[in-house]
Design a protein around this ligand. Structure first.
Ligand SMILES: [Zn+2]
Length: 56
């Protein structure tokens, strides 16, 4: 059995991904070169991933 998704489902999945990415980018901000949430060098892994998701 092959699972298919409708275009509507696909677009809402992309929309959810975009929304999540936006939230992540709003929280994981550049704080003097460090991520405000993770405390590691900015952009952190999650911010970079979110940015990548936004460009999809
Ligand atoms: Zn972070």
């Amino acid at each position: 059995m092959v699972e298919t998704i409708t275009p509507t489902e696909a677009s809402s999945a992309v929309e959810a991904l975009h929304q999540l990415a936006t939230v992540v980018l709003n929280e994981h901000t550049n704080d003097l070169g460090l991520c405000a949430v993770c405390g590691c060098a900015f952009p952190c892994e999650r911010a970079a991933l979110a940015e990548h998701n936004l460009t999809l």
